[in-house]
Write a protein that binds this ligand. Sequence first.
Ligand code: M6R
Length: 615
Amino acid sequence: MCGIVGYLGPQNGINIVLEGLRRLEYRGYDSAGISVLGANGRLAVFKKAGKLENLRNIVSEIHPTSNTTIGHTRWATHGEVNDTNAHPHISDSMAVDDEYSIAIVHNGIIENAPILKKELIDSGINFKSQTDSEVFLGLLLHELYQAKSSKKADYMQAILNAFKRIKGNSAFVIQTTDDNTLYALKKGAPLVCGTNQRSRELFVSSDPYALVGMADKVFFPDDGILCVLNRQNSQIRFFDLEGRPSSKVASRDQEISMQVSEKGAFEHYMLKEIFEQPERIRTLSNYYLHGNGQLLLQKIAHHHPKQIHISACGTAWHAGLVIKNFLERFNRIPCVIELASEFRYKNPILSPEDLAIFISQSGETADTLAALDLCLEQKIKTLAIVNVEGSTLHRNANESLLIQAGMEIGVASTKAFTLQALTGRMFGDVIQSKKINSAIFDKFNLLADRIEELLRSADQIQAIAEEIYNYKGFIFTGRGDDFPVALEGALKLKEIAYVHAEGYAAGELKHGPIALIDEMMVNLAIVTPKLYEKTVSNIQEIKARRGIIVTIGPANDHHLQEISNYYIPMNYEGLDELIPLYANVVSQLFSYYVAKFKGTDIDKPRNLAKSVTVE
Ligand code: M6R
């Protein structure tokens, strides 16, 4: 979703902000812009629909300089994708005398924007865009003009007043003609400030990743905390909504481990991240068996919930389905799993002995955070299974397990899925035996070895994808433990290759979807030792209707190989409950290659965002 980067310091901030925006491209966006303080003492904006490159081109023609700069990548919610709707929004010609020159960037949704807009138009404010964001700027101007009539005009107070009037989750950064100050505040949307005391630079962003290597300390303000970044003393001060100094801010040194991720020899981040899985699995094992993770595990070993609720979205929800299977099979604890967007509105039946688990790569998914808040309000114990350290989910859940996936840049989540599921398995193992068992990590490392072998033969999957990427539709099937990965395979394929794909429990096909089968439909069948015969029968049903069968099945299974059009042999030996995670890597590669042959934008698929910070 929208990305925000702001800079104050001794350097020309333009390139610094553009670099920050480049790093946030992975979040998904459709236009980009920056605002600068011009030589005439007024703010100027440069903004362009499309890729960041378009913005860079206009900036490189004009060479603006500014010690204070804010930048934004927009992911459209209100108003089509065009230059006008891109951020920053600037106050020029919004009020009659244009006394103020203010620019704002926004991430989120102002839910009461239509009502406020009407009121502001009636009071003489002109709007230039179709966005909800501009309403905040209108409110701000309105507040300033009102205060001015009583000779008390004050940016800080006006910002707080305007902020109190909006509904919904949002983060804002506000630039004025005061070259020494930026203001930032948020509610339910990510915002981070950063400082570098040596270079006397200050930063603000929607994502700490933008600040890696720039800030050496980062601050995470609570909701409703106004951050005032001051260039003169290189300090950030924090205030509550009444304008009183506040300490409701978490801070930490910027993670050295959080390296800026580059693609290296890989053509896409997604492929790099698929190939990173063996290494990241071993990192997870080391971290929890020998590293700092031991303490985290010891802390949660006491859990013995009567029931577990799992909430997550998208791929993280699929990981939740895998974890539910683990917990029910090995711990015999009943698990209820809900999409976070449903859980938050359904008045879930929760009891004090329950545990609620939230799974998220980014730790910033709006629906997942809302589901977390609901449980926190009801005093239900909460556990996050999360990748991004310092994210809202990581900070706000009662306890957290970090999945050790490292930065995931590709919009399609791959390694995070595998590591979320393994973290869930590890959690179940620890609460079952009340201690850390090395055996579970041996199994994880065996999975890492098997994935490594599979990746060495990725070419066979590429060859299959090349032959069938133009087929009409793809149905992924699996039974029992493999059903969640059938869903995950279909999601991966549709999001990056833009083809119709569905995941089904193999036994369900004859209850409807089999009507779709003809010689242009592909069935990717996940066949593993459990329920083997049943799944093979389902394959026969599809074959009888001339569907194309791609089987992910046991090595040396000649019969299965014969009835399949394409066969991917797997070595399931010793993996037991981890088999679905191993088979899923085939689907990841298959989706990647189909997308590659289709020529889509694999790392930044259309309409999608890496971190979904609006509901
Ligand atoms: O950051 P999260 O794990 O909370 O994100 C949840 C979903 O938005 C995410 O998994 C999405 O479905 C991915 N694009 C799937 O590849």
